[in-house]
Design a protein around this ligand. Sequence first.
Ligand code: NAP
Length: 553
Amino acid sequence: MSRTSDLNRKNETAAKTDAGSLETFDVAVVGAGFSGLYMLHKARRMGLAAVAFETGDDVGGTWYWNRYPGARCDVESLFYSYSFDRKLAEDWDWTERYAAQPEILEYARHVCERYGLRPFIRFNSKISSVDFIDTDDVWRLETTSGEVVLAQFVVMATGPLSVPKKPHFKGEERFRGEMYHTGLWPHHDVSFDGKRVAVIGSGASGIQAATAVSPVAGSLHVFQRGAHYSIPAWNRPLTDADRTVFRENFEDLMAKRRQSFMGIILDTNPATFRKGCNLSTEDRHAQLESRWNHGGLLFNMAFSDTTLNAETNFEIAEFVRNKIRLIVRDPETADTLCSMHFPIGTKRTCVDTGYYEIYNRPNVHLVDTRKTPVREFTDDGLVAGDREHAFDVVIVATGFDAMTGALLAAGITGRDGRKLADEWKDGASTYLGLAMSGFPNLFTITGPGSPSVFTNMFASFELHVEWIADCIGYMRRRNHRRIEADRHAQDNWTSGVTELIEDTLYPQADSWWIGANVAGKPRRFLAFTAGHKDYSDICRNVMDNGYTGFNLN
Ligand code: NAP
């Protein structure tokens, strides 16, 4: 749409606003995943007129769309949960240490019903434009089906991993079998029984899907472009005793989560959390062995210099490679699985439930697409290198346009006609990952520049929802109509986020954290890496000092 017709439409809306013909809310929340649900609940508890728009026909966000076989969380369920209501924790029984997707989706539904949120969510409602009407200090939101509402505040709860990145493979239209992206998994049952299955991609989604499909598929080929590091989850059923200990210590544990580096409870006492480079080889090995046996994402936190010191990092990576070689019997397959091209921890480490073990099954094959790239699809399968493979089902697990994809897709235009897409053409820039200069009264939950995907998302988004709710409450009490990030504060924040990684190993990886997985995306680090606790302190200081770095009118 041209700038002129944009303005015409806005003027028309302003006139309608005067006439009071459009539904008007205090708060419009975009997205009904876990963060959107909490934002909606919080706004309603404050007595605000609030509505949420959700593309899907149910709540759950990422857990609604990513329903591929094997999908489960990589943060322990007890902590991958809300902390704002002790009674909710008392009434909900997680069954496994790492919950599977159906149980997590059920938790989202339970929360939605428990707090009576469903009537305030518009399902099958994808937001296509979000425009600021300067004259009225109000946002105009439009859905793809033409529904229009106005809201004083907009909260983008669109999630950092919600826009699937699906490469177009030459000839894929010809393929007569079934093809599904993990991030857009169909709602009907998909059978793999005895079928010839391919998985393209070996990040967290590909690893989980391949592991789940391997025992039932007739044959499974995993097409690996880059090898990833994966740590065993050692998933197990939770016992009544686990849940009792958690509930009895709920406040203390959740306070520790809030004070932690990653939103996951971790010992960062300098006496025990030490630099690997200051330890003996035996001590480093013992520490790694103990972390491996504990499993999960905390493996990378064995030492405080994992992503700072190349030698420490190499030793950790070698430790993992040695474990892979012990598990995988075929040496050539083990070599391919060990051919990582980046320091451990500089791409999100995967957490698995027997992934490397699947390569000891006779029906599972690994194809190294660095040596034999996927060239094209055929009627019956695909050609990798010179070889044609026939498949019944192809699972595409090629990731997401992370952190910025969903925000840009919402078509956001701020004051004076500024488009977010133009503002971010050289890379995303925010203040605190919460707000942007030029976009008054619009907040981003776990936006670029916040710890977000570097942490347990529940800790991250609870902090943001509570901060946003406090901010709206403050504005109401003081009769402020507008809050907007100051350009200078935003520039400083954005360069600070970049500086944080300058002396680290992170720039060595072509990760989605840096936007490198999407062709043409500006390369800029998209998360704040100094930890959840420091970030929370900064946000609290900003608030306690009357919203420093923001302009209030
Ligand atoms: P990802 O980590 O970006 O992995 C995508 C995979 O697809 C990589 O192996 C990549 O290869 C490959 N790939 C991408 N484009 C390709 C192409 N054109 N041809 C061939 N291969 C291609 O995506 P993801 O696995 O969906 O995971 C994304 C993030 O979602 C994770 O890092 C994690 O934060 C989250 N997640 C979490 C869980 C969980 O356990 N809770 C599960 C799934 C996802 P290269 O490595 O060479 O780029």
